[in-house]
Design a protein around this ligand. Sequence first.
Ligand code: SAM
Length: 239
Amino acid sequence: MQRYFGQVISNQVLLADDDVFHLTKVMRARPGDQIEVVSDEKLFLCEVKKTKPLAIDVIKSINENHELKNKVILIAALIKGEKFDFLLQKATELGASEIILLQTERTIVKIKPAEKELKLERYRRILKEAAEQCKRTRIPSLYRVIDMEGLKDVDAQVKMIAYEEVSGVTESFNSLVRSIKDKQKVAVVIGPEGGFSKEEVDLAIDAGYAPVSLGKRILRAETASFYALSVIANHLERK
Ligand code: SAM
């Protein structure tokens, strides 16, 4: 069943224009069709009453929660082109609650101030579509672009920076993941194609981020993000 993020106000459903188009023109919805709508992180079963103009009624609320029990923040260096789109999509599927864009010494992709809002809007569309597809009730937030200095302002209790120069032993990563307690926020920093400089890692360590290895092989930035998020999600959902 198709899921949309919208607004439910006194049993009436409001969808964004592009979702109205998708429902009526792409899905060719008919009166009687049912859809799921998420509003303020609550899920509702709804029914299309009319299509011209579109009118959707709430049938009932559904008690369902597919979110990780801890907030997991992915702080990801910008990487080139579609790889970053792919990274955003997979981070959503793996339960990230927030994505923070990181600009480092070696990030090839720079976000110019004039294009920032347009880029963030496009990234948010990717996050929304991925959250609808994987049946989440929360779209990862994305509003911050920081540099390494900004790491110290991220509110999290379990903080790690994936650093490929650390020995290939994943024990430090695993024990940090195992140490996550209820309600603690987790922050994971992943570098760009060219990796981190030693000075950048020292800055992260000073800000309370533990340097961790993700194994013996050098992973692409997007792979490193999936690996780290997969291990964290697997641990948090093991029971
Ligand atoms: N500087 C690396 C090299 O020597 O080719 C490339 C960086 S890698 C493509 C991008 C990012 O993924 C790194 O900055 C790090 O955050 C993460 N990463 C990749 N492999 C890793 C590993 N084995 N352990 C920890 N982090 C890793």
